[in-house]
Design a protein around this ligand. Structure first.
Ligand code: ADP
Ligand code: TYD
Length: 208
């Protein structure tokens, strides 16, 4: 049987520098001849991208928002993530379930039990649960993310939220990282690109 690929997800509050580092990680994987699929949530499938458009623009009830995130995830797992891993490829995913905990849970206050139920439904139950082998959370203070976001582009429904929303999202990410230290690595992204990328190269080399 072919070796199973590795599942990597990348997270962080808006403006932490996630997209910049994702592009660098993709480049690193190419340079090291790792076959991988780069994808994102919400999104990653034709249906998921339609859901993404709705999620980023339409006001909706918090539970509707959460259910749509997980509905898109179900489709994404089936159509993209599981097949890639089964082919022995890596999956580099821009956000996954930890984002639901952070945004819908931390940011908007949906109780934790709801996520446990949805995660079990969509990702399965241990030992067959599908979840990232490694999650990198790019962490910066709010003042830094806000400075980095102030680039003039149009902000989506989440990026437009108030500072205290983003502070709760950040706190939820850090709490989740503390509860799963074997899977989640918090990267101090309030450093130069070179310093961050040196740490990333060490982490990636260790799992190659
Ligand atoms: P995100 O995807 O987390 O919203 P981006 O990667 O788009 O963040 O970065 C937001 C802005 O911050 C971009 O202009 C990017 O060039 C800049 N940036 C990203 N990382 C750093 C860094 N370590 N130091 C300085 N600027 C950064
Ligand atoms: P993002 O990847 O940050 O888009 P971009 O970098 O292009 O702006 O993701 C879009 C937003 O979706 C982001 O603000 C976080 C939010 N989100 C949730 O609220 N819950 C989730 O489960 C996921 C996957 C994303």
């Amino acid at each position: 049987m072919a070796a199973l690929g590795r599942f990597l997800s990348v997270e962080g509050i808006d403006g932490a520098g996630k997209s910049t580092q994702l592009a660098w990680i993709a480049q690193w994987l190419k340079q090291h001849s790792v076959a991988f699929v780069q994808t994102r949530e919400p999104g990653g499938t034709a249906l998921g991208e339609k859901l993404r458009d709705l999620l980023l623009s339409e006001p909706m009830h918090l539970e509707t928002e959460t259910l749509l995130m997980f509905a898109g995830r179900r489709e994404h797992l089936e159509q993209v993530i599981k097949p890639a891993l089964a082919r022995g490829e890596w999956v580099l995913c821009d956000r996954f379930s930890d984002a639901s905990y952070a945004y819908q849970g931390g940011g908007r206050g949906l109780p934790r039990e709801k996520f446990i139920a949805l995660e079990e439904w969509v990702q399965g139950v241990a030992p067959n649960k599908i979840q990232p082998d490694l999650t990198l959370i790019f962490d910066v203070p709010l003042s830094v993310s806000q400075e980095r976001m102030a680039g003039g582009r149009t902000l989506d429904r989440f990026e437009r939220e108030a500072t205290d929303f983003h502070a709760r999202v950040r706190a939820a990410y850090l709490e989740r990282a503390a509860s799963e230290p074997q899977r989640i690595r918090v990267i101090n992204a309030n450093r130069s690109l070179e310093e961050i990328q040196q740490e990333l190269a060490e982490i990636l080399s260790a799992i190659l």
